[in-house]
Unconditional design. Structure first.
Length: 116
C-alpha cells in the first residue's frame, strides 16, 4: 500500500476527514478499484464490554482497506466472537446488501455491519 494511502486512512481513523473525503482523495490517487455496484457505504459499529464504541463509514470502493482501518481492540472483539473479518469483506465484495452482521453478546459487546 502506498504511503499516501496509509496517510489518508490514518486521517479517517483519527477523525480528521470523513469517509467521503477519503474516497475522493484515494480516487484522485488512483487507489479506488472496481467494487460491487450494490450499496455505497459499509457501516460498522462495534461496542466492547467496557462501552467503548468504534464506528466507521467506509465507501464500498475502499472495502479492501477495511482490515487496515479497524483498530486492534475492535478486531479483538470480532475474534472473541469468532467473526472472520476476511469473510465479511468477501461477502460484501460479492454484492450482499443490507445487514451483514448483527450480534449482541451477554457481556455487553455488540457488533453490527451493514451496507447502505
Amino acid at each position: 500500500m502506498r504511503e499516501e494511502t496509509i496517510k489518508i486512512l490514518k486521517m479517517v481513523e483519527e477523525g480528521k476527514i470523513n469517509a467521503e473525503e477519503a474516497y475522493r482523495l484515494l480516487e484522485a490517487l488512483g487507489e479506488i478499484w472496481n467494487a460491487p455496484s450494490k450499496g455505497k457505504f459499509v457501516k460498522i459499529r462495534i461496542e466492547n464490554e467496557d462501552g467503548k464504541v468504534f464506528n466507521v463509514s467506509l465507501p464500498i470502493g475502499m472495502i479492501r482497506f477495511l482490515r487496515n482501518i479497524v483498530p486492534e481492540d475492535a478486531k479483538a472483539v470480532l475474534n472473541d466472537n469468532e467473526i472472520d473479518l476476511n469473510e465479511i469483506i468477501n461477502i460484501i465484495y460479492e454484492g450482499e446488501t443490507g445487514t451483514i452482521l448483527d450480534v449482541e453478546g451477554e457481556d455487553g459487546e455488540s457488533i453490527k455491519i451493514w451496507i447502505e
